[in-house]
Design a protein around this ligand. Structure first.
Ligand code: GDP
Length: 359
């Protein structure tokens, strides 16, 4: 694992383990190496390769996952170095796998398929030259041609997918325009994956959005109507979880979904305040938000899972000192009334804006 500064290698690897678990794998063990530069052939050094190979045999391992993106050559060299018995993949492939398993709507499925193809495209190259070498050069040139054919097929498929996505998005845009003409403000939940967004949405609305202690339970924005005591309503939208080192192909694929955030009246940033890396997770989310250019939208910060922290009193005092922070437990329902009140008071300004749209 290469540390990006905010998450240490150990922390990033721990998260990789959770991702593997979410994908349905059982983690046998983990290891990392500090290198000035990754080895261009095998990413890790030869000593580490040997060490992992021993572990593979001892623990009957089927898959080896690397925490950073590997090139096609590195993937192939590693598979060979490990004795050809295990599948080698990287964080990106694993996340793509999870997204693939979890895409709940047609649009999400299209987005994931597109991201998978774009991930494959640069990795096709080495596969065929490899076959060429195996045949002792008898089919020289054939591999090269085959790569071109494969790339062309893949590019055509990518084109078809993009068109289909466009039409699905057009459809959704129409729906959004209709929704905007109704004087109900839209509140978007954002937050690191597993922060408790789905649980909060469920508790407030009784909607049965999948809430699991797994990464990426939510892959599609799900919108629900929340009615407040005074009869006022708002629409609450759950968005796809944010995570550090999210593959760029996926960020691009889900950009359209995330862009809907920019049309909301209020952002609610849900934080798992009981998590040891809460601050790093907040930073990772803020980084994506700053790329989406949503700084003008009012924001409310929710410190969730207060039932899990050791000193909730201290936390509440800290939160009270900051006017944009609310402490809740989405699981027990603690603090949800305060949350609704805070949403309402934050919405007052944007309500004017929404009502002004009505002729
Ligand atoms: P999401 O990825 O942000 O949508 O997170 P989920 O809503 O799926 O929640 C992730 C996990 O955290 C689930 O196991 C929830 O039951 C749990 N969770 C959510 N809110 C709370 C809370 O307030 N307290 C505790 N103890 N667990 C919570």
């Amino acid at each position: 694992s290469v540390s990006d500064g905010s998450f240490s290698s150990e922390e990033s690897l721990k998260e990789l383990g959770q991702l593997a678990d979410t994908a349905g794998l059982t983690v046998a063990g983990s290891t990392y190496q500090k290198l000035a530069n990754p080895n261009p052939r095998t990413y890790i050094g030869s000593g580490k390769v040997a060490e992992i190979k021993t572990a593979i045999n001892a623990l009957d391992v089927e898959t080896v996952i690397f925490d950073d993106e590997l090139s096609a050559g590195q993937l192939r060299n590693l598979e060979k170095a490990f004795g050809g018995k295990v599948r080698v993949c990287d964080r990106t492939a694993l996340i793509l796998d999870i997204f693939n398993q979890r895409a709940a709507t047609h649009e999400a499925a299209l987005q994931v398929a597109l991201a998978q193809m774009e991930y494959q495209l640069p990795r096709l190259t080495k596969m065929w030259t490899h076959l060429e070498r195996q045949s002792g050069g008898q089919v020289k040139g054939m591999g090269e041609k085959q790569i071109e054919v494969d790339k062309r097929i893949l590019r055509t498929q990518i084109g078809v997918l993009k068109k289909e996505l466009d039409s699905v998005r057009q459809h959704r845009k129409q729906y959004r325009i209709r929704r905007l003409s109704v004087p109900v403000p839209v509140v978007s939940l954002v937050g690191y994956t597993n922060a408790g967004k789905s649980t909060l949405l469920n508790h407030l609305t009784g909607a049965n959005v999948l809430a699991e202690d797994q990464l990426f339970a939510t892959l599609d924005p799900t919108t629900r109507r929340v009615q407040m005591k005074n009869g006022k309503e708002f629409l609450l939208t759950d968005t796809v979880g944010f995570i550090q080192k999210l593959p760029t192909t996926l960020v691009a694929a889900f950009r359209a979904t995330l862009e809907e955030i920019s049309e909301s009246s209020l952002l609610v940033h849900v934080v798992d305040i009981s998590h040891p890396l809460a601050q790093q997770q907040i930073d990772a989310v803020d980084k994506v938000l700053s790329e989406l250019d949503v700084s003008s939208i009012p924001k409310l910060i929710v410190w969730n899972k207060v039932d899990k922290v050791s000193d909730p009193c201290k936390l509440r005092i800290e939160a009270e000192a900051r006017e944009d922070v609310i402490c809740v437990s989405a699981l027990s329902g603690d603090g949800l009334q305060e949350f609704c009140d805070a949403v309402q008071s934050k919405l007052k300004d944007s309500m004017v804006w929404v009502e002004a749209l009505i002729p």
